[in-house]
Design a protein around this ligand. Structure first.
Ligand SMILES: [Zn+2]
Length: 148
């Protein structure tokens, strides 16, 4: 397992938990070099989540992308790394529990927005402004109204 922060390939397992009737094992790991913690999911069988992009292309689901997106939105906001990790975990589990293996990127964006809204309004606005089509001014005005 490669550390998502520094790229080192050795880590210790802090916690291991089977989810979804044992089809997925969730592991909390700590990098032996930079000591940051990250979560991996090791799948048994053929859970092969794909994301359907706006232009219709399929790409493999990558939980780190969720984390990066949220981290960017939470820049200098009082949101802990742990919280961001939890959001990403919850979203991934939710997606894994769906019967479909192709998930529109729009759905993932909405799920992130729903969670950020409850946690930090500024982060929510930032994420929404990146994620939503800004040309759609009305959408953005609605969001502003909601936050006020
Ligand atoms: Zn590391």
């Amino acid at each position: 397992m490669i550390c998502p922060y520094c790229g080192y390939n050795q880590s210790t397992v802090l916690e291991s938990r089977d989810t979804e009737e044992g089809r997925v094992t969730r592991r909390r790991r700590e990098c032996l070099r930079c000591h940051k913690r990250f979560t991996t999911y090791e799948r048994v069988g053929n859970i092969d989540l794909k994301v359907v992009k706006k232009d219709g292309r399929l790409e493999p689901f990558d939980p780190q992308k969720i984390i990066r997106g949220i981290t960017k939105a939470c820049w200098k906001r009082p949101v802990e790394e742990k919280t961001i990790q939890t959001i990403a975990d919850e979203i991934e589990m939710k997606l894994l529990n769906r019967k479909r293996t192709a998930v529109p990127s729009r759905d993932i964006g909405r799920m992130i927005m729903n969670r950020l809204r409850k946690i930090d309004k500024i982060a929510y606005l930032r994420f929404a402004s990146v994620y939503l089509d800004i040309e759609n001014v009305k959408d953005f005005e609605n969001i502003l109204k909601e936050v006020r």
